[in-house]
Design a protein around this ligand. Structure first.
Ligand code: ADP
Ligand code: MG
Length: 357
């Protein structure tokens, strides 16, 4: 597979702080890629470097094997959908979309009939037919999002960068736009790089997910693999589905502030030692219940449960005060109710733990 875009050794500092600290990545052509990272991890800076709004201090940006880091933004053929849409409030839906085409520095389209035809095509692609003449202040947030996307796509970019494109939408609309964005991308066949701070959004959208942590790519994986195979304790923490305990492994036992855990056979090499166990791999049993040879066990005091549509998450205090989370999927079994301040055994298979050493 040829790479649409390739970055190597990208460094970008503001003052003495490095927003990007040696980014290496290669994105395939014709794919939906999520870029996931907490606030301040460098996501927007990375997009701005790719688009050419920001020059890196070090490193190279290649597109289709050709260096583009010396090119001005409009020469790169890369589209950018901004976080706040940045539409022209005094123009109509069609006017906003046409603007990108008429005003672009490279090959502007000036024939009004051609502009009209291209704009109509884009409006249909993003599902806005009938709203051509509406002012952009008279349409909903989701519709504005589509205008912003159409305005970018009409210029026929080789790749599209989207900075938290669903961040301004309410939860219902966000879920619907996820599917829409994926199908629009499939119809135009170019790579989308979609930045988000939400792990569920990143996993739902991306064929592949890149995780950015403090200015570096901490992991690049197919989205199905990320949950079960986080590359580091930092990624496991960020995925929001693992209890991550710090401590040290020694002679087959992992020592934590909350107690000792027997180790399985497999240790993962990492810069930081940690013991991670998924919320949904933990079984809650009465204190006296027996455990099997291949299981590990902590005791915890029940704090509270939280119900969502498909699961119930329960929180327990370990003996060092840290909170341990257990998730039970409602499709599998009836939710248990636990006694307030009750003591329980939290049990899991040793082999289900990811141990970083
Ligand atoms: P994200 O989009 O992941 O929230 P950003 O790329 O916006 O992160 O920022 C990464 C880091 O760089 C942050 O610490 C931010 O404060 C800093 N930063 C970003 N842009 C600038 C700028 N123009 N001037 C100074 N610092 C900046
Ligand atoms: Mg940002």
């Amino acid at each position: 597979m040829s790479a649409a875009i390739e970055l190597s050794g990208i460094v970008k500092a503001y003052g003495d702080q490095r927003a990007l600290d040696g980014v290496d990545m290669a994105l395939p052509e014709n794919a939906y890629i999520s870029l996931l990272g907490p606030s301040g991890s460098g996501k927007t800076t990375l997009l701005r470097v790719i688009a050419g709004f920001e020059a890196p201090d070090r490193g190279r940006v290649l597109f289709g094997g050709r260096r583009i880091d010396g090119l001005a933004p409009h020469q790169r053929g890369i589209g950018f959908v901004f976080q706040n849409f940045a539409l022209f409030p005094h123009l109509s839906v069609a006017g906003n979309i046409a603007f990108g085409l008429e005003q672009r520095e490279k090959d502007p389209v000036t024939d009004p009939a051609k502009v009209k035809a291209r704009v109509r095509e884009m409006i249909a692609l993003v599902g806005l037919s009938g709203l051509e003449d509406r002012a952009v202040i008279q349409i909903s947030g989701g519709q504005r999002q589509r205008v912003a996307l159409a305005r970018t796509l009409v210029t026929e970019p080789n790749m599209v960068l989207l900075d938290e494109p669903l961040g301004a939408l309410d939860a219902n609309l966000r879920a619907r736009m996820r599917g829409e964005l994926r199908s629009i991308r499939e119809r135009c066949g170019v790579t989308f790089l979609h930045v988000t701070g939400s792990e569920t959004e990143a996993l739902a959208m991306g064929d592949q997910v890149l995780v950015l942590d403090r200015g570096r790519i901490a992991q690049a994986s197919p989205s199905g693999e990320l949950y079960s195979n986080p590359a580091s304790p930092a990624v496991a923490r960020f995925l929001n589905c693992y209890n991550v305990l710090t401590g040290r492994p020694e002679k087959g036992v992992f020592h934590t502030a909350a107690g000792r855990l027997p180790l399985g056979s497999h240790l993962r090499p990492a810069a930081e030692a940690a013991y991670a166990i998924r919320y949904d791999r933990i079984d809650v049993r009465p204190l006296g219940a027996p455990i099997a040879e291949d299981e590990a066990r902590f005791e915890g005091t029940f704090l509270a449960s939280e119900y969502s549509g498909s699961a119930v998450n329960s929180f327990f205090n370990l003996d060092d005060g840290q909170v341990f989370e257990v998730e039970a999927h409602l499709s599998r079994k009836q939710p248990e109710t636990y006694q307030e301040h009750g003591r329980y055994a939290l049990v899991w298979k040793r082999e289900d733990a990811l141990v970083f050493a």
